[in-house]
Write a protein that binds this ligand. Structure first.
Ligand code: IVH
Length: 697
């Protein structure tokens, strides 16, 4: 038997392939076994693709042990192996990254099926591409009996104990009157929601413990913990997108979307963000829409997935190179990228907290160009051993501030130095020169300068003016910078002494904006006790705690008079927070600030903290345009305080639309639906509680 001779590969290609295989094997070990990735996914993907290309170009270099011949991952020897009766395959990634990538996928399928341009459009479903760890969960007669990782696609690891700790995964399926399948292997992705990840990391950092690198690694690491108690402490979620073995299910649906609908009906978590219908335009639109929503999703996604919806058509198209022909992943820009760390600077926060911040060579990540990233605190910077000159992995996902997740150790140049915050600052605050201190049981270094430190004054002022505090519209960072540096505001009460003529003299400040600002400052005088407490910027007192304090004490004086014991009686307030509040009000200068603010005219309705009239309960309001005196936030607060609800869009359920200047399309919609319109005056009248029964009229 003769075969066509395979062209011999040149020596440099062979050497490159060898090198790529070794590197990729090392990265795989670090990623899958140690949960400590060495390089960002995007870099890994590039190397992997290079290897695939070379092997395609020079078939003589192919070999069974190349990483390209494996679906991904390796099974940990510590876990019992699970053989997947239906292999867990990966999907191919569309190379055209533009929104039109879906059209290329559609065209390929139509060619394969021999459809010409006149043939009807194909049925599709588009789904999210979850960025987590693939998991197969087996139910027998509705009971969860096994959870397994993908492993190499054929054999995974038995992680049943850990899978049972995933909170949104039912241990028993809900038949809802219908017959459950004898066997159902649900496949999907286990992940950590961003909020859960942040909360977990925050608590780890507060304890001085190591934080998780990113949600995906957090999820992967938790599922592969040998001790299920550790897994249980990590907040995991699961989303189903497919299935493996199915047996004994007479009512088995015949499309991808109906299958997922059936899963959802059984109580399995299925993401609501998916669409199905005919033709590729649906996929293009989904790609664009989800890209816009990406930051506001509760979890990370790295793209979308397109699938042929009809299961009969899926079967006809089948598999090729261990990948389904009927599905493709369409990726979004990476949320982790590597770049160079140019310098480490230290920022001073509102309470004097010193945060090391990395200055970076600009890098496009998560849809924006990032030049700074937080290092959180000294311990964390040291744990990651981040050094100036290093190549670092930067992550930006959601609206969260970018952070450094790790260092690419092998690209460290010679002569770098370990990070030492105290040495870097010579023991002094970089802004005011006051001594820096770190209490023994604290994670953070702080500037001891208090409000003497202009950085702390600026942050305090920004916080005071912020939307949930005094809500002074227009008082943003640029202006705060000018006001504090120019000596116009030394302490918070100075804000209320600002005059329009003074403000108009500031650079880039027009007369009109100066007037507007003065008006906003004046409007902020009328507030609530909760906002006022929050605005003071007491350490550990966030918006929720401030509300609780206002509700508990009902008035300011009672709060000022409270001792630690009394403070601890407030719900959700522990010894640390109580001590912080007590210390704050024990300082003479803080009491003076409070008195001066009241003297400047800050006021609220003390009875507002008490049970108030809920006379607007059941009424939904929509706000549109700019109101003459109330900001949107103030209007919302007052409507809610009276029991009403504020919604973002007009519908038949809307009771009133409050209309200000330059009202938009909502006014038009209100007119069409015949919804009652109110101006600010009418709203204020409506907000007045009706006279109590028995009161003289
Ligand atoms: S379908 C036979 N759908 O992305 C097709 N995968 O290679 C199996 N993933 O390993 C995959 N979201 O772990 C599919 N909606 C989705 C997905 C999804 C995330 C993961 C999956 C797979 C990888 C793609």
């Amino acid at each position: 038997m003769t075969e066509a001779p395979i062209p011999a590969a040149p020596a440099d290609a062979a050497a490159r392939v060898q090198r790529l295989r070794e590197d990729i094997a090392r990265y795989d070990r670090a990623y899958y076994l140690l949960d400590a990735p060495l390089i960002p996914d995007a870099d890994y993907d590039a190397l992997f693709r290079e290897l695939q290309r070379l092997e395609e170009q020079w078939p003589g270099l192919r070999s069974a042990d190349s990483p390209t011949q494996r679906v991904g991952g390796v099974a940990l020897p510590e876990f019992t192996p699970v053989r997947h009766r239906v292999p867990m395959l990966s999907i191919r990634t569309e190379t055209d990254t533009t929104p039109q990538g879906a059209l290329a996928f559609d065209q390929r399928l139509r060619n394969r099926l021999g459809l010409d341009a006149d043939a009807p459009p194909l049925p599709y479903q588009a789904e999210l591409k979850f960025d987590g760890l693939a998991l197969s969960v087996r139910y027998e007669r509705g009971v969860l009996v096994q959870g397994a990782t993908r492993g190499d696609g054929e054999t995974g690891e038995d992680v049943t104990l850990n899978v049972r700790t995933i909170r949104n995964l039912p241990l028993r399926l809900d038949g809802g009157g219908r017959a459950l399948p004898e066997v159902l292997e649900v496949r999907g992705e286990v992940l950590m929601k961003r909020a859960d990840f942040l909360r977990y990391n925050e608590s780890q950092r507060a304890k001085g413990l190591a934080a998780l690198v990113n949600p995906r690694n957090g999820a992967a690491g938790s599922i592969r913990q040998l001790d299920p108690r550790l897994a249980a402490q990590r907040p995991l979620s699961f989303y189903a997108y497919g299935w493996g073995e199915i047996a004994g299910w007479p009512e088995r649906p015949d499309s991808q979307h109906a299958m997922l609908d059936a899963f959802a009906a059984m109580g399995l978590p299925v993401a609501s963000q998916r669409v199905h219908g005919a033709g590729a335009q649906l996929l293009v639109d989904f790609h664009a829409r989800v890209l816009g929503e990406r930051d506001s999703l509760p979890f990370d996604i790295d793209g979308v997935v397109y699938k042929v919806d009809s299961l009969a058509l899926q079967a006809e198209l089948g598999f090729r190179n261990r990948e389904p022909v009927w599905a493709v992943a369409h990726k979004y820009p990476a949320q982790e990228r590597s770049t160079r760390l140019l310098a480490i600077e230290v920022q001073v926060g509102r309470t004097g907290k010193l945060t090391p911040v990395a200055r970076l060579e600009p890098v496009f990540v998560g849809g924006v160009t990032v030049t700074n990233a937080t290092l959180h605190n000294e311990d964390e910077a040291r744990r990651k051993d981040v050094r100036v000159g290093d190549t670092v992995i930067v992550r930006r996902a959601g609206d969260v501030i970018p952070e450094i997740v790790g260092v690419v150790a092998e690209r460290r140049p010679p002569g770098t130095e370990a990070f030492d915050l105290q040495a870097l600052l010579h023991g002094a605050c970089p802004v005011c020169g006051s001594q820096i201190v770190r209490e023994p049981d604290e994670v953070d270094w702080r500037c001891s300068g208090g409000l003497y430190c202009s950085a702390q004054r600026k942050q305090a002022l920004l916080h005071f003016a912020s939307r949930l505090a005094m809500d002074i519209e227009g008082l943003g960072d640029k202006l705060v910078e000018q006001l504090v540096d120019g000596g116009l505001v030394r302490a918070l009460p100075d804000v209320y002494a600002l005059r329009a003529e003074q403000l108009a003299e500031l650079p880039r400040m027009a007369d009109k904006s100066a007037d507007n600002l003065v008006r906003a400052i004046r409007a902020s005088l009328r507030t609530t006790l909760a906002r006022f407490i929050y605005a003071l910027g007491i350490r550990h007192v966030g918006e929720a705690t401030a509300k609780e304090l206002a509700r508990h004490f009902g008035g300011l004086q009672a709060l000022l008079d409270a001792d630690v014991e009394r403070l601890e009686q407030v719900s959700d307030i522990g010894p640390v927070v109580a001590a912080s509040i007590h210390t704050f009000f024990a300082q003479q200068h803080n009491r003076e600030v409070v008195q001066q603010l009241l003297a400047a005219g800050v006021h609220w309705d003390e009875s507002a903290g008490q049970p108030v009239s809920r006379h607007l309960a059941g009424s939904t309001f929509v706000l549109t345009g700019t109101l003459p005196t109330l900001s949107r936030e103030q209007a919302r607060q007052r409507i809610e305080a009276a029991g009403g609800k504020v919604s973002g869009s007009v519908s038949r359920k809307t009771r009133y639309v409050v209309v200000g200047e330059e009202a938009g399309s909502k006014l038009e919609q209100a007119r069409q639906l015949g919804v009652e319109l109110l101006d600010e005056q009418a709203l204020l009248r409506l907000l007045e509680p009706p006279p109590a029964q028995g009161d003289p009229a």
